[in-house]
Design a protein around this ligand. Sequence first.
Ligand SMILES: [Zn+2]
Ligand SMILES: [Zn+2]
Length: 425
Amino acid sequence: MGRLLVFILMVLNGLTVNLEAEEKVWLKGNIHTHTFWSDGNEFPEMIASWYKQKGYDFLALSDHNILSKGEKWMPIAQLQSRGGSDVVDKYRKAFGDQWVVTRGSDEKLEVRLRTLEEFRKGLEKDGSFLMIQSEEISDRSEGVPVHMNATNIQEVIAPVGGATVREAMANNLRAVAEQARRTGKPIILHLNHPNFGYAVTAEDLAAVVQERYVEIYNGHPGVNVLGDSEHASVESIWDIANTIRLSQLDAPPLFGVGTDDSHHYHGRGTSRPGRSWIMVRGDKLDADAITTSISQGDFYSSSGVTLSEVSFDSKKKKLALTIEPKEGVTYSTRFIGTRKTADLSSKFKKSAAGKVVTRIYSEDVGATLATVEGLNPVYQLQGDELYVRAVVTSTQPHVDPTLPEQTEQAWTQPVGWSISTRNRR
Ligand SMILES: [Zn+2]
Ligand SMILES: [Zn+2]
């Protein structure tokens, strides 16, 4: 009805409108990517072109502690040792000699990296692709990496540090919040790969309640997505942290982000692009709008499964998905959550090396509440859930797996949760 009304009003005003542009669609993007600006092995505009050609709508290049800004020259030897002997030739071929800025010659040759401001124009000019500025704030505390991606950041932020992992997280969150306030821009700061170096426990993640986003799948094969005999998987960490927040801290749960964390772009190397992304509901390719949708949890994460619909009816307490089918593929959806009546006790745990790791909880935490086959899974909440989320697993093998027997999946955000008004942000 609303749409019809819009249409009639537009016709009366004699305007030509594209109604499609008014509707919300799913925008596909990767918000964790590395380039020659830090430790990636390809020129940024080559990488962005790859994503654009693959049908992505937006991309954030998130190099370590640097923006694609200012003057950065790289010696040919360094470019080739990382990207292969033909890396500059491929770059020239794709963008033309005019575009490639060099100085010196032969083994003294250097190439200037183009800035985001320079290369985004060409990529964005047909209106089908958007670059979002980002930085991987790459901090350390207690001897482990604390990496956080600042999507839609406006100015570089040096890692703030902190005496503990939790303090480092909180300090970087504060710095980003301060920049967001000062610039009036929405900025998302998500915690990357909690199990990289087994740096961040579920209890850490729960405690720093200002953090609202965590990577639940990261395509880098070195980030221990599944954990090991001593450490919880990342998905389990997500459920434990959300359970602690909602049952003990009266704090909102974390949203789950899927990313590539790609470094290697020449068909070799281990951390390649195209493994995981987010689908954000939006009506325009605009960095502020996309960032705002993410902040509202209006997105899901995928490693191959596409959802045409994710809806939560808060009155009827029903979570419903519509899965876009692929021929010959079947889908199984697990609805995962923790009931308020669950056994929430836990046991302290240390690794064999004496390091504090995520505590041990009962199987009630992040339990599978229902498993539904088919393209239209629905879950009716019983009223005793702290939250519910869905993970769809298909029978289609993943396009470039990092996990054993990995098939394509999609993860939706926790719904059905509530906190008291005073803690809402
Ligand atoms: Zn990282
Ligand atoms: Zn990274």
